[in-house]
Design a protein around this ligand. Structure first.
Ligand code: NAD
Ligand code: IPM
Ligand code: MN
Length: 346
């Protein structure tokens, strides 16, 4: 028997709704096998913060560390000041567990309507750096609230941090048929960080001679994601550009309800974390309207990461089949989950 100890952070808003379905599909994927999934639910997010003032304690973090992987729904709530949970919980997890590869596939499945008239064959992955950039919290504000206020958010880019994520992106590009890597940055303006990224890509390319590379400034990258998304294979970029580009990637591949992500610690010194790209969607929370597909595809990435490639493929195939037959039918969160679980069960 193989035991998988899964930490579950359902979180806020639609997070709880989509995670419930994600877990049901995970169960269906391992049913009848010798794989046993045990889950530990962590009460983290808005409820906990209101009750205790805590976001993520050292004890929480220590307990989470003891698991094989984390499934997360979404974090953030209109009743909590913006940034408290996002920084104190979600980003704290990504940083503390060294999730330096934030993997976000951009794939247009058959049967899915893209807002683009002729999207072509869209199948790329964004390797978003996960532990640096303006997300590190290196900044501040002086003379706050006065006409003389100065607010800074310094983007931190280390040679160590850039190299390890660029190397991971090259390895992924090498393993894909097209073997192409696009660096996205803005080195015409952000000359310090931008040139570090450019030099790093050039240097690491020597170890991956089969991989071809090109470069786009981030503003131009948004043009090509709209006009010619099929040109992309692997995109490597920093934390903030990657955040923005992957919402755009979601939009062109059928919407945020389908976009999956993996926060990976490739060195496996801590559990990796799997979550939909979307947030807690307060506008539709509690109404059974959220599409759980992004979470289910994140479960597929989770299975893959744990070495369960067959199970991962079955979950992805179930989603692909569901999407192919979806048309204009409207289903609740639970109905989509039920249909996917049935497909996984075969
Ligand atoms: P959002 O992703 O929550 O919502 C954007 C839009 O997409 C909304 O109209 C929402 O209804 C829709 N949407 C999102 N997920 C959907 C789904 N599964 N099915 C159907 N529609 C879906 O982004 P936002 O409104 O900018 O942020 C809301 C809160 O979530 C904020 O507190 C934000 O900080 C947080 N957030 C958290 C995460 C995360 O936990 N990883 C990611 C993004 C935003
Ligand atoms: C995401 C979210 C987060 C990010 C926020 C909520 C901290 O937008 O997962 O894409 O910016 O990474
Ligand atoms: Mn985002």
């Amino acid at each position: 028997t193989r035991n998988i100890d899964l930490a579950v952070v359902a979180g806020d808003g639609i997070g709880t709704e989509v995670v419930e379905q994600g877990l049901a599909i995970l169960d269906a994927a391992v049913a009848g096998s010798d794989i046993k999934v045990s889950t530990t639910e962590f009460d983290l997010g808005a409820r906990r913060w209101h009750a205790t003032g805590e976001t993520l304690t050292e004890t929480d973090l220590q307990r989470i560390r003891e698991h094989d992987a984390i499934l997360l729904g979404a974090i953030g709530d209109p009743t909590v000041p913006s940034g408290v949970l996002e920084r104190g919980l979600l980003l704290k997890l990504r940083f503390a567990l060294d999730h330096y590869v934030n993997l976000r596939p951009g794939k247009l499945y058959e049967g899915v309507t893209s807002p683009l008239a002729q999207p072509g064959d869209v199948d790329f992955v964004v390797v978003r750096e996960g532990t640096e950039g303006p997300y590190v919290g290196n900044g501040g504000s002086v003379r706050t609230g006065t006409p003389h206020e100065i607010a800074t958010e310094v983007s931190v880019n280390t040679a160590f941090g850039v190299e390890r994520v660029v190397r991971d992106a090259f390895a992924r590009a090498q393993a894909r048929p097209r073997q192409h890597l696009t660096l996205v940055h803005k080195h015409n303006v952000l000359v310090h960080a931008g040139h570090l990224w450019r030099r790093t890509v050039e240097a690491v390319n020597a170890d991956f001679p089969d991989v071809t590379t090109d470069y786009l400034h981030v503003d131009a990258a948004t043009i090509f994601l709209t006009t010619n998304p099929s040109r992309f294979d692997v995109i490597v970029t920093d934390n903030l550009f990657g955040d923005i580009l992957t919402d755009q990637a979601a939009a062109i591949t059928g919407g945020i309800g389908l976009a999956a992500s993996a926060n990976i610690n490739p060195d496996r010194t801590a559990p990796s974390m799997f979550e939909p790209v979307h947030g807690s969607a307060p506008d539709i929370a509690g109404q059974g309207k959220a599409d759980p597909t992004a979470t289910v595809l994140s479960v597929s990435l989770l299975l893959e990461h744990l070495g369960l490639a067959d199970e991962a493929r079955r979950v992805e195939a179930a989603v692909a089949a569901d999407l192919a037959g979806r048309g204009d039918t409207v289903r609740t969160t639970a109905e989509v989950g039920r249909d996917l679980a049935a497909r996984v069960a075969g």
